[in-house]
Design a protein around this ligand. Structure first.
Ligand code: ADP
Ligand code: MG
Length: 267
């Protein structure tokens, strides 16, 4: 069964989409079966995976609103080694169209159950707000990967997001948890970066990934070629960082599974 990870932060420009695409490609390179779900009407994860958002007939919008089967809409990323459930501006309408529907926040969760056996990881790229689309992503997820830039107001935004995650977990009665906290656009020469990093470790301990994603121009260039960074410049620091992150994600999962299999001892 797939582990579903939502990549979220209500702030834009923090590297959610870059992380979604490159983590998908890196997990795929490690022989994992991966589906990347684009939940942002901007369709950046779709385009950055090499799927033309203008050329698709149906998208995640049809999955959410018309219950179209996921496997009929999914496309293969031309060079990424993973599948994409694409999005485009049609998705903007979903929020309004879902308004009167019962269990509207569970639409994505229900839809993804159909393909859970086909993948090891389902990554969901969230839009930069806490709207109905993000709510659907969070409800569908087993864990949330928070992408964040180590800057001054980042921690404030983070506590809002963490309380939202906790509230959602309680309200839908699902064990939603923080999968990990990823520091993106990382610049160690900036002293603020180190301060924020230290605070993150203080608050979240081991949830903070050891891997940091440096500011790297290759990561910014690759999407315009419709490629994950590892297929654009595999020696780039950005591509290597996301390979390291994929290793960490897999090791955490293995550890979790081992722990859940350990016999419970009394006294
Ligand atoms: P979000 O999805 O959170 O809005 P994006 O992943 O789209 O953020 O990133 C915002 C912008 O910053 C994009 O132009 C992207 O190419 C660029 N970017 C993201 N991460 C990096 C990085 N580590 N180094 C350089 N540029 C980056
Ligand atoms: Mg984005």
């Amino acid at each position: 069964m797939a582990r579903t990870i939502a990549i979220a932060n209500q702030k834009g420009g923090v590297g959610k989409t870059t992380s979604s695409i490159n983590l998908a490609a890196s997990l795929a390179a490690m022989k994992k079966r991966v589906l990347l779900v684009d939940m942002d009407p901007q369709g950046n994860a779709t385009m950055g995976s090499g799927v033309d958002k203008h050329g698709i007939e149906r998208s995640v919008y049809d999955v959410l609103v018309h219950r179209a089967p996921v496997h009929l809409i999914t496309q293969r990323a031309p060079e990424g080694g993973f599948d994409v459930l694409p999005a485009n501006s049609d998705l903007t309408a979903a929020e309004v169209e879902l308004l009167d529907i019962e269990h509207k926040e569970r639409r994505l969760r229900t839809a993804l159950q159909e393909v859970a056996g086909l993948y090891d990881y389902i990554l969901v790229d969230c839009p930069p707000s806490l709207n109905m689309l993000t709510l659907n992503a969070l409800v569908a997820a087993d864990g949330v990967l928070i992408a964040m830039q180590c800057e001054y107001f980042a921690l404030e935004g983070l506590s809002a997001l963490v309380s939202t995650i906790n509230r959602i977990g309680e309200s839908v009665n699902l064990p939603l948890r923080i999968e990990g906290i990823l520091r993106t656009l990382y610049d160690p020469r900036n002293s603020l970066t180190n301060d924020v990093s230290a605070q993150l470790h203080g608050h979240f301990g081991d949830l903070v990934y050891r891997t940091v994603v440096p500011r790297n121009v290759r990561l910014a260039e690759a999407p315009s070629h419709g490629l994950p960074a590892m297929y654009y410049d595999r020696h780039s620091r950005g591509a290597k960082a996301y390979m390291a992150l994929a290793g960490e994600v897999i090791r955490r999962e293995e550890k979790r599974q081992q722990e859940s299999q350990q016999p419970v001892t009394s006294d």
